[in-house]
Design a protein around this ligand. Structure first.
Ligand SMILES: CC(C)(COP(=O)(O)OP(=O)(O)OC[C@H]1O[C@@H](n2cnc3c(N)ncnc32)[C@H](O)[C@@H]1OP(=O)(O)O)[C@@H](O)C(=O)NCCC(=O)NCCS
Length: 160
């Protein structure tokens, strides 16, 4: 992803997540802070087929949605997979897996990867070695992600 991709990323994000709008500034912020975690898959005619966004965080502190961070925590101990999204017409072809593998490689030096699963996708993430962390103490941090949000963790040693 380049900073100039932000409008196309927002256009796709608004299609995939109609109830979770995030401003272009959020994607520009993440791309600037951690370019290795911001990926795009070009589609036809200037569109995007997919994007992924991930960046270092403190392990049990997923940031609220639609928030510009400005800086990464100096004591980050996990890579947070903020989003992996394919346009509906590009799903069902295994296209997410290479991006997820790339993000898991970026997570290895930090010791873990985390994410907030929505839309009942937690079994999809379990295929990559993520496990659910069903801790009520996390509930306030998940509030902006909706009622079906599930926090998941994959320690580098767990997933290989
Ligand atoms: C989830 C998503 C990234 C998967 O992308 P994809 O590369 O098209 O995935 P595929 O449909 O090719 O599925 C790959 C494998 O995962 C399985 N899978 C897909 N979605 C799943 C789900 N929700 N739960 C369990 N398994 C799932 C498929 O059955 C397939 O298994 P197989 O290889 O044994 O056939 C994509 O559907 C998407 O962008 N969804 C909307 C956004 C979203 O939900 N993002 C994640 C939010 S946390």
């Amino acid at each position: 992803m380049a900073a100039g991709d932000a409008p196309a990323v927002v256009a796709l994000a608004d299609r995939v997540h109609p109830t979770f709008h995030e401003d272009a500034a959020v994607f520009v912020d993440r791309q600037r802070l951690f370019p290795a975690g911001s990926l795009v898959l070009p589609g036809p005619a200037g569109t995007l087929a997919a994007y992924a966004v991930a960046y270092p965080v403190r392990r049990f502190a997923p940031p609220p949605l639609d928030t510009v961070l400005g800086a990464l925590p100096p004591d980050a101990d996990a890579l947070y997979i903020h989003d992996v999204a394919l346009a509906p017409e590009w799903r069902g072809r295994g296209l997410a897996e290479p991006a997820i593998r790339r993000l898991l490689a970026a997570a290895a030096p930090l010791g873990a990867a985390t994410l907030v699963s929505v839309y009942g996708t937690w079994p999809f993430w379990a295929r990559f070695g993520f496990r659910r962390v069903d801790d009520p103490a996390l509930a306030p941090k998940l509030a902006s992600y909706g009622a079906d949000a599930v926090f998941m963790l994959r320690e580098t040693t767990e997933g290989g």
